[in-house]
Design a protein around this ligand. Structure first.
Ligand code: URA
Length: 242
């Protein structure tokens, strides 16, 4: 299918009038309730411009990816349950606040998803992190589960599934099926990714309507090699290869 035209928008701080703001390409919007796209702020668009640029060096790619990952993790955590919690401050006053409720864990889809683990650890001290390795089967060309190591009590946890590029959704679909087979309810899985394709988003909205997808940007589509376009190339290669 021909990729849909990318939406553009004026982006910039409020002290500038719309006429004074630069125009940038922003995320596609989709009509699915299970999808949460990060606000298209000037910071996010600038961070994405850094990591999408083919001339950005590895150290900068890592630094700016980590900033986006942090935003995704913080947004993902906002979708977890909280309870009322009243505390007393050092000056003897009470504050009606909230406390975290429920245990969580991260599950990274190897290898690129492992790049998102530190961002999760930075937000959630001593969080348990499992791993899933899915690769294309040479004979069938279908995704195949090669390895998994998941917390034994994963069925009782909320799961933040980590993979930076949500392209066809083949690996992510298999990862979700593994999680469900271990007893994790669909509505306790949050799939965090930096860039998603409309194809992947539509597949998940249809197959797993109760699972939440948190992404920084929905791109135009996929090319003939199933790379996301305009995308950023191969995330794992850019993050891990010197
Ligand atoms: N994985 C990547 O690293 N990049 C893409 O564009 C698609 C899948």
């Amino acid at each position: 299918p021909t990729p849909a035209a990318a939406p553009t928008q004026c982006v910039g701080p409020t002290f500038r009038s719309v006429a004074d703001k630069p125009t940038a390409t922003v995320s596609h919007e989709v009509p699915f309730e299970n999808v949460c796209v990060l606000p298209q702020t000037p910071q996010l668009i600038a961070l994405l411009s850094m990591i999408r640029n083919k001339d950005t060096e590895r150290a900068d790619f890592i630094f700016y990816s980590n900033r986006i990952i942090r935003l995704l993790v913080e947004e993902g955590l906002n979708h977890l349950p909280v309870i009322e919690k009243t505390i007393t401050t050092p000056v003897g006053r009470t504050y009606n606040g909230l406390g975290f409720q429920g245990k969580i864990c991260g599950v990274s889809i190897m290898r690129a998803g492992e790049a998102m683990e530190q961002g999760l650890r930075d937000c959630c001290r001593s969080v348990r992190i499992g791993k899933i390795l899915i690769q294309r089967d040479e004979d069938t060309a279908q995704p195949k589960l090669f390895y998994d190591k998941l917390p034994e009590d994963i069925a009782k946890r909320w799961v933040l599934l980590l993979d930076p590029m949500f392209a066809t959704g083949g690996s992510a679909t298999m990862a979700v099926e593994v999680l469900k087979s271990r007893g994790v309810p669909e509505d306790r899985i949050l799939f965090l990714n930096l860039i998603a394709s409309p194809e992947g988003i539509t597949t998940f909205a249809t197959k797993f309507p109760r699972l939440k997808v948190v992404t920084a940007f929905i791109d135009e589509g996929l090319d003939e090699k199933n790379y996301i376009v305009p995308g950023l190339g191969d995330f794992g290669d850019r993050f891990y290869t010197i």
